[in-house]
Write a new protein. Structure first.
Length: 139
């Protein structure tokens, strides 16, 4: 089983990724969020911890999508996971989250947008190349 950490608990991409990996309950699903079909499920990986800038949103997501642990900071997301998904899709602060994971050479999926500036995106890519990081970037 691949253990995943999740950064971001906003109502769109975080819910989609979480429900695909962990399944979902009907409760607390945001009314305006797209719901994947219940049969869309990946069995070989599971999101085991989540962190968000607002703890209550992380707790609701954890309860809705069966995530075992809500952590207090993004650095704790890296502990004991094989990979991290950065799905913070509403604050556009992806560029604030990636460094602690790539510094530990943890495979990291950074959802779009990679950064809010071209310079920021290039900086992430250059850092990953320079440090031979495992990386997955959706552009």
């Amino acid at each position: 089983m691949i253990k995943l950490g999740l950064v971001g608990a906003q109502k769109t991409h975080a819910y989609i990724f979480s429900s695909i990996f962990n399944g979902r309950e009907e409760k607390e699903w945001p009314a305006d969020a797209w719901k994947p079909e219940k049969n869309m499920h990946i069995n070989d990986a599971k999101i085991v911890k989540v962190w968000s800038q607002t703890k209550d949103s992380a707790e609701i997501l954890a309860d809705t999508c069966n995530i075992e642990q809500v952590v207090d900071n993004r650095e704790q997301v890296a502990d004991g996971v094989d990979a991290v998904i950065i799905a913070d899709d509403t604050t556009l602060t992806h560029s604030k989250h990636w460094r602690c994971f790539l510094e530990k050479n943890i495979s990291t999926f950074i959802d779009k947008p990679l950064s809010d500036t071209i310079q920021g995106a290039k900086g992430i890519i250059e850092f990953a190349k320079r440090n031979n990081c495992n990386r997955s970037v959706r552009l």
